[in-house]
Structure formats: structure tokens, C-alpha cells
Design a protein around this ligand. Structure first.
Ligand code: KIV
Length: 256
């Protein structure tokens, strides 16, 4: 079983962290059996599983339901669950909701933000709950931001992101996700902080990489981020299999 300390120590050992998302039992089990280091029950489930336009409608009940299912299939990887929007407005709420996720099988939690949520992160780690940070493009703020925008382009933005990463490190995070940060700024943060950076759309120089699994395997064909090169086309296979079944059923060849 991979521990939060082992994830943190990957950086010193020069071992890159592989991370992917899962939202249900079969995917959690398949990823775990395939050797991924960290499995995230991401609030991206709002889009790729629940059909919302973004993550801002995801609730604690959604996260508890999906984390419980994934946990049944994961025995080796570090299982991390997202705290959804509105669940960590105060340090007390952050700890209560982090405990609820741990209660259904998460072994660490993640929330979005840096300096502005340092008190929440300190409260979570003080309660003995391992924590993963998330800075850069913050999907829970997409409505205020007016879209998914690349972060860290200017020096001022790069320095603010570095301050966020340092705040999370000093609050006890075991790793930090960098989402859609320029490769140059991701490289700077990776060089300057002692905890591993896990990039998504942030270039090759992070200490690890994370993707939404549905993007990696081509299971959500209606939107494909530019930075992902799918390794499979599962939606195509499903459509072909279903079309063959429909055809066989209509012709009377199915059912034998
Ligand atoms: O919700 C999610 O899937 C995430 C990853 C994109 C890092 O936060």
C-alpha cells in the first residue's frame, strides 16, 4: 500500500509519480491492478460521469458515493478524494468533510487553492489527514474566471503560484497538483519546493503527471483537452460493439 510519505519521498528518490482519476469500482480496480501510484476520485466526475458543464454542481454526497465505490477496488495505490466546492469554506468544515471522505475509504484529500486556503489545509493536516494541494487553473473557480485559462504566464503570476506551493508545503501537503501552468513556471515551482509537483497540462518537468482517465482512454469523446494524447479509443469500441449488437438483435442472430 503506497503511503502519503512514500508519495512525498518520490521527489528525493527521483521517482516520477503516475496518477489517474477513477469514479467507480471497476475503474479503481483496473488502475490499481495496472500499477498507478495515486488514484484520485476527482470532482471532474461532475462532467465526465454526471453530465454537468463543470465541477461547480458536485456535492459532498456525490463525492462520498463515488469514493466509497472506488475504495472497494483499490488496495495498493494512494486513494485521494476531492473536497468539492463549498465543502471547505472554513477550517472546521474542511476537517469535518475531509473526515467524511476518509470514513468512506479515502486515504488523503485534495482541495483547490494555495495561500487563501492555508488555514483549511493546516487544520486538515493537524487532524492527521494526509493532504494533496491543487494550484494553477482551478476548475471550481471557472465561472468567476470566465473559462479554463493557462496560469503562470507573467512573472507576477509565477511568483504568486510559487507562494501558493510554498504555503501548501508548509501546511503539510504531501504533493501538489499543477493544473495548466506554463511549463516554465511548473519547472520553477518543481525546482523550488520540497514536495513533488504532479502536473496536468503543465509540461514534462513536473515530478509526476495526472490525467482524467476518460481523456487518456478516449471515453469522453465530446471534449478532448489539447494536452492529452489518448492511448485508447474506448468510446469508439463501445459504439462499434453496441452497433454490432443492435444489428445482430434486429436480424435475429443475437441471444444464442
Ligand atoms: O477533478 C479532477 O479530476 C482533478 C484533476 C484534473 C487533477 O482535480
Amino acid at each position: 500500500m503506497i503511503t502519503p510519505a512514500e508519495i512525498r519521498d518520490c521527489k528525493a528518490q527521483g521517482r516520477r509519480i503516475s496518477a489517474l482519476t477513477a469514479y467507480d469500482y471497476p475503474m479503481g480496480r483496473l488502475l490499481d491492478e495496472s500499477g498507478v501510484d495515486l488514484i484520485l476520485v476527482g470532482d471532474s466526475l461532475g462532467m465526465v460521469v454526471l453530465g454537468y458543464p463543470d465541477t461547480t454542481s458536485v456535492t459532498m454526497d456525490d463525492m462520498l458515493h463515488h469514493t466509497r465505490a472506488v475504495a472497494r477496488g483499490v488496495s495498493r495505490a494512494l486513494l485521494v478524494a476531492d473536497l468539492p466546492i463549498g465543502s471547505y469554506d472554513t477550517p472546521g468544515a474542511a476537517v469535518d468533510n475531509a473526515r467524511r471522505l476518509v470514513g468512506v475509504g479515502a486515504r488523503a484529500v485534495k482541495l483547490e487553492g494555495g495561500v487563501t486556503v492555508q488555514a483549511q489545509v493546516e487544520a486538515i493536516t493537524a487532524a492527521g489527514i494526509p493532504f494533496v494541494g491543487h494550484i494553477g487553473m482551478l476548475p471550481q473557480s471557472v465561472r468567476e474566471e470566465g473559462g479554463y485559462k493557462v496560469k503562470g504566464r507573467s512573472d507576477a503570476e509565477a511568483q504568486a503560484l510559487l507562494a501558493d506551493a510554498r504555503a501548501l508545503e508548509s501546511a503539510g501537503a504531501c504533493a501538489v497538483v499543477l493544473e495548466i501552468v506554463t511549463p516554465k513556471t511548473a519547472r520553477l515551482i518543481t525546482a523550488e519546493v520540497g514536495i513533488p509537483t504532479v502536473g496536468i497540462g503543465s509540461g514534462p518537468d513536473c515530478d509526476g503527471q495526472i490525467l482524467v482517465t476518460y481523456d487518456l482512454i478516449g471515453l469522453f469523446p465530446w471534449f478532448q483537452p489539447k494536452f492529452v494524447s489518448p492511448k485508447a479509443q474506448v468510446a469508439v469500441s463501445i459504439r462499434e460493439a453496441v452497433a454490432a449488437y443492435v444489428e445482430q438483435t434486429r436480424s435475429g442472430a443475437a441471444g444464442g
